[in-house]
Design a protein around this ligand. Sequence first.
Ligand code: HEM
Length: 534
Amino acid sequence: ATVHDQKLHRGAGGELHQFAEDGMPVLTTAQGGPVSDDQNTLRIGARGPALIDDFHFREKIFHFDHERIPERVVHARGYGAHGYFETYESLAAYTRADLFQRPGEKTPAFVRFSTVAGSKGSFDLARDVRGFAVKIYTQQGNWDLVGNNIPVFFIQDAIKFPDVIHSVKPEPDRQFPQAQSAHDNFWDFITLTPESMHMVMWVMSDRAIPRSFRFMEGFGVHTFRFVNAADESTFVKFHWKPKLGLQSVAWNEAVKINGADPDFHRRDLWQSIQSGNFPEWELCVQLFDQNFADTFDFDILDPTKIIPEEILPVKPIGRLVLDRMPDNFFAETEQVAFMTQNVPPGIDFSNDPLLQGRNFSYLDTQLKRLGGPNFTHLPINAPKCPFHNFQQDGHMAMRNPVGRVNYQPNSWNQGPRESPVQGYRHFPAEEKGTKVRLRPESFADHYSQARQFYISQTPPEQRHIAAALIFELSKVETPVIRERMVSHLLNIDETLASKVGHALGFKSMPKPADAAMPTRQDLEPSPALSIIER
Ligand code: HEM
């Protein structure tokens, strides 16, 4: 054989494998053309001008120039892993969801953990809520349980989401601070939005600085529905309980870790999975009906409330094991598209106004972020069950209808058909009422659960909450905002309020906050209050 022959090899399908002189595959352009020189652009003479003929250089630079896609508008910094969900027992009495029918059955899953406020390059141990987004590739389509590590949320209605997020992100003129909470805009918004007080207490607690993703709980937050084969509905709240238990770092540790290793949480997940130490969570549910819901003086549709586990214990229904890191961060973790509206038959929504807004928002944001309607063609987002539809074309279409038919009904006896029996049936909830913009009375109590959360903490945990509030509020430059927060704390716990007020240099305490939602307040401190300048 000649030297030339040794460098070419035809595969079984006749494809040509080309090898470079050292035996490695030949570098090619994206069009498949072999490249002779990847070190020098094409020029007239070694010192002459570059030539537009250099299609290899042009393609390489063009592709590099377009490497970035928009980061997520929230939860930009995240880290994902593959694994599986294993069902413990049949839940047929509650839900017809296929993944909950057969004990021991495993269903593939992908999880992305995230911080909310920071940008893609921010540090892992920010005081922040953590996203806990799970995609389970069920045989009836993908189920996305897009949750957080805190069981409640800042706002009761999705229409306030742009406001809460704008207030948390860097201020628009100066583009700092990067930190979630240590600034006037965040505390201004929060203190003008008393419904956020329960969540604020969680965010000031150790929950907001977890030791690693492996030591975090996760929550679906909203009330969802299970719907069984007889179309009967049971309300359900979802909880992920880490097998390793809960652990956090202390604030001074978080500050040091952020400086020394901003990738602390990423490294932890990578190392534990690579070393075969697979993290695990149990999926637990709280199941209840309308009569049970009616026994509470809060509303189960209000996402700022929990159902205490002492009153309704959680029931473990399966486990999630993460056992494989993505091969490529961008292809999988960056391009994964979670959407609350991805639910299989047997799982349905409640009227929680935050959930309903989310169901609208996620499709919209993926369209923009992933550049068109075909993001479900990406392997990380594609279902792993058989699927058939007549959707076609659009940017980057990887699959199109095959054959003549791309509509139905058709006379050619081709293509998929709808099925009232197998298909998704929305729970036929009866709804009636007047078209209004109105917060229900049952959403009005903003302090009871904030207080219960604070009281439920151990003394060291309570000290951490006080220290976090003092640190964060000491960064707030506008006196009236600090005063307003302390006036809210008075409705939560007086000792906590006076501890914070004293540390901030208040000479006297403000009046407890009015629970009614203010939409605007004067920036003048109350005349009764005198604050020592920092
Ligand atoms: C992203 C959770 C409320 C809009 C995310 C992610 C999580 C999450 C975990 C990151 C997904 C990922 O890792 O890719 C939550 C929770 C909420 C909540 C638990 C309340 C209980 C909302 C609301 C809206 C919203 C009310 C809008 C109305 C978004 C958007 C993204 C996002 C636009 C970016 C999605 C992307 O680009 O992939 N959310 N969210 N979220 N969320 Fe939420």
